[in-house]
Write a new protein. Structure first.
Lengths: 153, 153, 153, 153, 153
């Protein structure tokens, strides 16, 4: 198995390091990493990892800024990441942490670390233990935050 | 016949269980289920069920959150689901229940159950009895809510 | 010639009946009809009519609801219909009547009837008399409403 | 050389006439014209002119209305026109004049005439004299309006 | 190596000149330049440089105006640039400078010069020294502005 990681130098936290640590802890897949300038460069970088480097799954890591234009960039990147998946029949797990999701820098760093790690676990489940994801279906998982949990009745 | 179901662990209700029950009641198709983290992972998962597992139709189940970013994610997922259908010439019936569509958690659970079941019936009609859908054309069907009905004159 | 019609059971008016009547009055093309649940199911249904049933043109009929989410669905459907046309090199004439385009139900029904009929005439022109459309170029046609007419000078 | 022109009967000004006059003045290319109902029909019509009629470049002319829904239609059409270009590796020069870009009908007609003519000149440059466009690079050209000019320093 | 540059005559600053200077300083790649009218013409121009001229990477330079319609055009262009990358498996580095990003014309010119140069450096890194980008991962690079830097803790 080979897992690709694409991240950006626009991000203010080294999310790839968090992803790699978690992946190494949970599986023995080979890891291939590429860094691009911003989130809009992620889709083609992820597709190249799949088609030119043979990756079986890719994590796309980004930290969009807080302004309107940043939200638009993130939306364009997400649309491209979905298209890249459809063109390759391969999952690309998007891990975006928006700069305005946390109150201060320390909290933001912690959120980025945590969300990336939890999504790295999702990648391992998708690749090796898909039945575990099905066991969690409908349980309100929230990567990086406390889970919302299943609806009370 | 083979029907695919993709759902998420982000959702707070096990919509797939509702879908499977209704499908089993109404037809004898084989059912193939996959669970992914969030709605943006649904398009490629649905396409894989069609192209790699031979599904004749897929249900894509999701429960987007109430915030602006969740609405954007749902929009991106829907766009991807339509693209996946166009690339495969195969229907993917999207069943999304937005968290802010109901007043409380109990009502939301009931809406999720009901809408999923009614869309499972749509799937059966599309696959086995398309003429029934044509009989209902223009009658204002609303899955999960009371039907709007045809326009009065 | 073969003309496809796709409509929905979400719509509150039987627009397909209006389309079929007008098409039968104006040409002798074969008509193939399919009904789907909502507007987001129209793109793949239209593409299937073109690629699997050999339709030379398709009418896609829908009646989006009045809420924000309905507007988003209509936008996603329209984007998909344009993509379906590009993938098939075939015109799909979209006829959408938004529930909030008219003051009451009777007016809305009348608008749906009229707009569908006028677009059915457009389909006949596109297929059989394209030069008639060119004669109308720049004249401010408005299907279902009074024409805006050419700009005064 | 063969240049395609697609316009609409929704537009309130015969922009194609302006385009054809300017093209005939500036080059000897063959011209192929098609008229469709609205701007959302332009992408496939342009693609057909390229792929079925052998056009080397296409002008897509439209006059979107002033309402919110018209803006959405224009956005969908533009997205489709870009996709059509990517699928054919051929330029489609979009010339849209929004009804609310001018104060009165006369001014709007004049804007439509002027912008179309200036874009027809762009088409000639792209096909025959690309080096002229490069000479104008960064000079703030504004088709139909006074040029913004290069930034002062 | 061959690097493509596409720019516009809509822009009010000759960003291509800045890009070419920086590229010539940092590498010996062949440079191929094309100029188009506006940002929506960039995607197909970039794809043509890749597929017809054999460029290994492309810079797409644009300066969207300050109005709502300009923002929409930029969004459509960005979406198209991402699609062009996915269709060619080749990076297209988008360098857009919005007219309202700076307080006056002089500042805007300086921003355009600086951002273009810094992105030209990114292109060189992507092509020749990808490991340098990985060293910068998560460090909050901001082309044309002061870097945001990594999150404090």
């Amino acid at each position: 198995m080979k897992i690709g990681i694409v991240d950006t130098n626009f991000a203010r936290y080294d999310m790839a390091r968090a992803a790699i640590r978690e992946l190494r802890r949970g599986c023995s897949a080979q890891i291939e990493r590429r860094t691009v300038p911003g989130v809009k460069d992620l889709p083609v970088a992820a597709k190249r990892l799949i088609e030119l480097e043979g990756c079986d799954m890719v994590m796309a890591l980004g930290m969009p800024g807080p302004q309107e234009i940043d939200k638009t960039c993130a939306h364009e990147a997400s649309t491209g990441l979905i298209m890249a998946q459809l063109m390759t029949n391969t999952h690309i797990i998007e891990v975006f942490v928006h700069e305005d999701e946390a109150g201060d820098e320390r909290e933001l760093a912690s959120l980025a670390e945590q969300r990336t790690r939890e999504h790295a676990k999702n990648v391992i489940k998708l690749l090796y233990h898909p039945e575990e994801l099905t066991r969690e279906a409908g349980t309100g998982q929230r990567e990086g935050f406390e889970d919302a949990g299943p609806l009370g009745r």
